[in-house]
Design a protein around this ligand. Structure first.
Ligand code: SF4
Length: 203
């Protein structure tokens, strides 16, 4: 039998368990590199495709194994721009979905833009995505009221039946999560004041 491809991803950060980046407890992956430059982006250090600090090269299979090692509801892809590494993340999403878990993606592209893209892996990742938050971050339309959404132009798309917009979890306010693990502290979620800040060497 042919061995499935195991692409390598450029990963800025992972958080094995978070309740601030989608419904339930989730494994979150921030990829490195985004072609957009939204003023007020909360992760400016993750925008460069050639960052000064070394970035982890991680195999898709390693991310799947790390995600499934946790008792979470699914995986969330953030960045950076997840669809800039669509082939690799599609491989991760495939493994996670095969284990019955869900996939949520935060993208700066709109859903229409993604459907028009022909780059490798984009259609595959979209087909494996249960929840998509789409669109650039618009600082002038910033919101702290919509859960997991940074600005009012962004839309939460329910691309499969896995989740329902009637789920009360989707109507709670945003919140900031502070996690301490193995000597590192991470702030996750949508902070009302300030930016996502890594206070330790999170990987
Ligand atoms: S699309 Fe997202 S990661 Fe990229 S610049 Fe805009 S807010 Fe930042």
């Amino acid at each position: 039998m042919k061995t499935p491809p195991d692409p390598s991803l450029r990963v800025a950060m992972t958080v094995p368990r978070t309740e601030a980046e989608g419904p339930g407890v989730r494994f979150a992956v921030w990829v490195q590199g985004c072609p957009m430059r939204c003023p007020g982006c909360c992760n400016p250090e993750m925008l460069s495709f050639t960052p000064r600090a070394p970035v982890a090269e991680v195999r898709a299979s390693e991310l799947v194994a790390a995600c499934l090692a946790e008792e979470g509801e699914g995986v969330s892809f953030l960045g950076g721009e997840p669809f800039a590494q669509a082939e690799g993340l599609a491989a991760v999403a495939r493994g996670v979905r095969a284990a019955g878990r869900s996939v949520m993606v935060f993208s700066g592209y709109t859903l229409d833009e993604l459907r028009a893209q022909e780059a490798a892996g984009v259609a595959a990742l979209l087909a494996l995505t249960d929840l998509l938050v789409d669109g650039r971050y618009d600082e002038s339309r910033r919101t702290t009221q919509r859960r997991w959404v940074g600005s009012d132009n962004q839309v939460m798309h329910f691309l499969t039946d896995r989740y329902s917009p009637l789920d009360p979890r989707f109507h709670e306010g945003n919140h900031l999560e502070i996690r301490m693990r193995g000597g590192e502290i991470t702030l996750n979620g949508w902070p009302a004041l300030g930016r996502l800040t890594r206070l330790g060497p999170a990987r």
